[in-house]
Design a protein. Sequence first.
Length: 349
Amino acid sequence: MIVDPAHPLWTKISRLPKVELHRHLEGSLRLETLFEIARTYDLDLPSDDPETLRPYVQVMKGDSPDFIAYLEKFKWLRRFYVSPELIARIVSECIADAAADNVKYLELRFNPVALSRLRGFALEQVVLWVAEAAERAQRDHNIKVRLILQIGRDESIATARRIAEIAVAAHSNGVVGLDLAGDELAYPATPFTEIFRWAQKKGLHITIHAGEVGPAANVREAVERIGAERIGHGIRAVEDPALVSLLAEQGITLEMCPTSNLHTGAIATLSDYPLRHYLEQDVRVTINTDDPGISNTSLTDEYMLAVQHMGIELQMLHQTILHAAAGAFLPESERHELITWFEEVLVPL
Ligand SMILES: [Zn+2]
C-alpha cells in the first residue's frame, strides 16, 4: 500500500459510500487465501512459501514499472481456480472486501477462460458459479453487484464469440457487460468489432481497455468503431484534445486506475495523471482499483492518491462517484435510483 492509513483524511474517505466500475476478480485474490490454496493443493507453483510466492502475484516495492510483467501475474493467478467451491469463495471474499471499503455498487469483471482452464471446467458453468456466489455475497454484504465478462485480446475469435454468447445468455444472472482486455500494443481490437456490436444489440453494455499503454487512437477506435460506452483507463486520450472533447460530448465514462497505471508504467508519476484535467474538460471520469490484490490497494487508497497527488478536492471526489453511478451498466430506472441515492448521501458529507 502506498497510502498511509494514519493520514487524517483516510477515515473520512474510507467511510464515503463508493461505486466501483473496474475491478478484476482474478486480480482481487486475498493473498492469505491464495497461500492457503497453494499449501493445500499441488499447483505447480514456484513455491508454497508465502514470501517466495508473493512477488509472482503482487507488485513489490522497488519493482520497475512494467506492463508485461504486470500481465504475467495473471498467468500465475489463473492457477488457483481449483474447484467450484474455491471459485465461490474467491468471489465471495472479493465482494466482502469491496463492501468493507464501503463500495455500495460494484461491477466485477472476469475472464471465464482464466477460471476454467486449470481444471477444464465448461465456460458456462464457471460463469454460473461466479454469478451464484455474487448473488449470495451481495445479499450478505449489503452491496449491489453486477458482472462483466472479459475477452482477452490474445484470445481467438471463436473463443471471443463463445464468451460473448455466454454473456448474453447470462444476462438474467447479473451479467451486464462485455470487456476487452490484455496487451493493446500487440493485439488490436478491430478483429473483435462484430462480436461486440452483436453483444450490444443483444442488450449488453460495452467497456474496452484502451489508451492504457496504447495510443489515443485506440480509445477513438473503441468508441467510434466498436461502440464502447466506457473505456478502461484511457489515460492517453489526453494526447488528442479533439478526442477528449468527443468523450465529454458523448458522455463516455473513463474507468481510471491510478496505482495500476503506476505499476504498469502507463504513467511515470501521479502528478502527471490527467484525472483533474479530464474533470475540468467535463469528461465523465471515475476512480477504480483494477486489481486490489496485485497492486495491494483499496478504493479508499485510490481516492487518497487522487487527493494527495492530483489536486482532487473532496467535492471533486463526490463528482467522480456520481460519474461512476451515471456510468453504471444498469437499466435506466435502476441507474437513476443509484444516482439519486448517491446525490442524497453525498451532499451532507
Ligand atoms: Zn483492467
